[in-house]
Write a protein that binds this ligand. Sequence first.
Ligand code: SF4
Length: 652
Amino acid sequence: MRYSETGFNLEINLTRGSIEKVATDPDTAELYLGGQGSAAKILWDRVKSGTDPFSPDNLLIFSTGLLHGTPVPAANRTVVNTISPQTNLMSHSLFGGFFGPELKYAGYDKIIIRGKAPDLVYLYINNDKVEIRDATHLRGKGTTETGDLLKQELGDYKVQVAAIGLAGENRVFMASIDHNHASAARGVGVIMGDKRLKAIAVRGTKDIHVARPAELFEMTHQMRRKIGESDGCGDWMAVDEDDSFHHNHFAWGNARTRRKDFWSAELQERWTHLKYDHMDRQTGCFNCSKKCRNVINWPGKPRFAYKCFGKDTYHMAAFLELDFSFEILGLAQEYGVDSYSTPQVMAFALELLEAGILKDTDFPDMPADNRGRFFYLLEKIVRREGIGDILADGVSQAAIRIGNGAEAYDHNTTKKFEQLPIKLGKLNPAYFLMIATGEKMSITQIEGSFPQDPLPTREQREAFVNKWEAVPDEKFKQYFLNWEKRNEISDQATCDIVDWNEAMHYIDDSIGLCGFVSSFRGQFGGGVAYHMNNIPQIISLATGLDMSKEKLWKCFQRIRTMVRVVNVKRGLRRMHERPPEDHWAVRNEEFEQKLLDTYYQYKGWNKQGIPTRKTLERLDLEYVADELEELGILKTEDEFAPAQPVAEAATA
Ligand code: SF4
């Protein structure tokens, strides 16, 4: 019997209209866990290096996590992976809510979609009944509106729906996939739209078996209580009224201007009233005792929910206040656009207009005020009308298409993807490596286990480490105790920290845990629910696998490596691994390149950032090494000189 997974994927070919229920390899969970891990392997195995993202042969994969559908609380992150047209690399996205567990209860671990439907369709899954249905009546409908209409049409309000809006239908690169006011961002909605798949509606009523139910239930019962009671869990930035952190530290406009004294007590009081005057309720996700999403009802606009920095992106990009975000967010969510990238693209367009690179004639009938301009640009982008057709490709590609000096205004992207608008003074070496080498497109998908900055006194640092449950190895406590200045930390510590930060996200995204109870919360010390010290036992109880910390770490390394080789096969090289040039005011190219060398060697990669044969063989990926050599990608001349010691990850 398969525990904790169904053992079946749904294979959908939209060109042929075929549906297959395919049994999966029982060894996959032990090697790749599930979620993003096994999705990366599928992309490696089945999408050829030259496949255009808009080819019918590109895959769009919806994955449940290994622990979805078990009693493990907050195991509800659905992962969506594909090849992105914005970056031409593997796109990684997540959404919370209820979709993944529901899919598991319907009897499937993944939905793998290829081909393109002749016209707009939706996929209906009701346990063993799976149908591709006409969705032309849903054309142009909003994301939540589509969910509501499908529930009505199917006569089942327990159906879980993931849908695209107008932006996805029009192949806007920033298009998201929305489910229950949670959205999969970072360029996956564009591929769903390209495949003419408007929505997936899922209903499942089957059971998921777990290997040792009594022990698992006992453990997770306590965990659920801990999540509810702990300040270390949940998205407290979404519910806290003090949002000075984002407003005083993040950049405004097209990620250039910091307003260090923006926040005030008077502002906080005004915005708190604004929120509670318009908030319907706070909601959470499947099997979680937190409520991280605030549902806002703004007069005359669609209802929406926000989290964390997501409530700030529009008004900060437009130099306005929270009421503007409340006014535009509902519409933007219904259109289905990523609220991290889209406001940056709009601010970028207005900067080009101010600089004279774009002209008034590029924006016919655009209002004069910023509020009106952002609504105008939103409409243009989601419809790909006029200048909106260029902007819909994201900042980097739009800058290339516009030319005439526009490239200089593309200053906040890495690997052609918009980054969080953060501009700092001194470089943090771990953040340099995470932004440079990260392949989840956003630093929020990499950071989170080790604190971002040192604490000022030894006493404070000691108090912090004394309650720090999440550390996988005592050395991290020593690193933190001895860390006094942001930019002064040893290379070994830097590499270990980056590795640990990444490990937690790669594991979460493969077993389906929410980062707000795990990978994003270790940095705050005690109170986080999940970490390297208890996840192996939870996996063992749920799956029956004999999982240990060492084996789990090796799973992370294998998954991380698989993501890297998918991207390497598509052209990712060292020259692409550069954080935005002005992310830190003080830069040192020689130091950064040396650090990159050190990190590549630590990971067992060559000078181009490509995993070496030795590394691939250690991770049971000989066949990957063979293929990379056959393609002429893995070359001995790119190896580091053997005289240089290669430090392997100490926890490996
Ligand atoms: S912590 Fe918040 S975001 Fe995470 S699963 Fe729970 S309710 Fe959802």
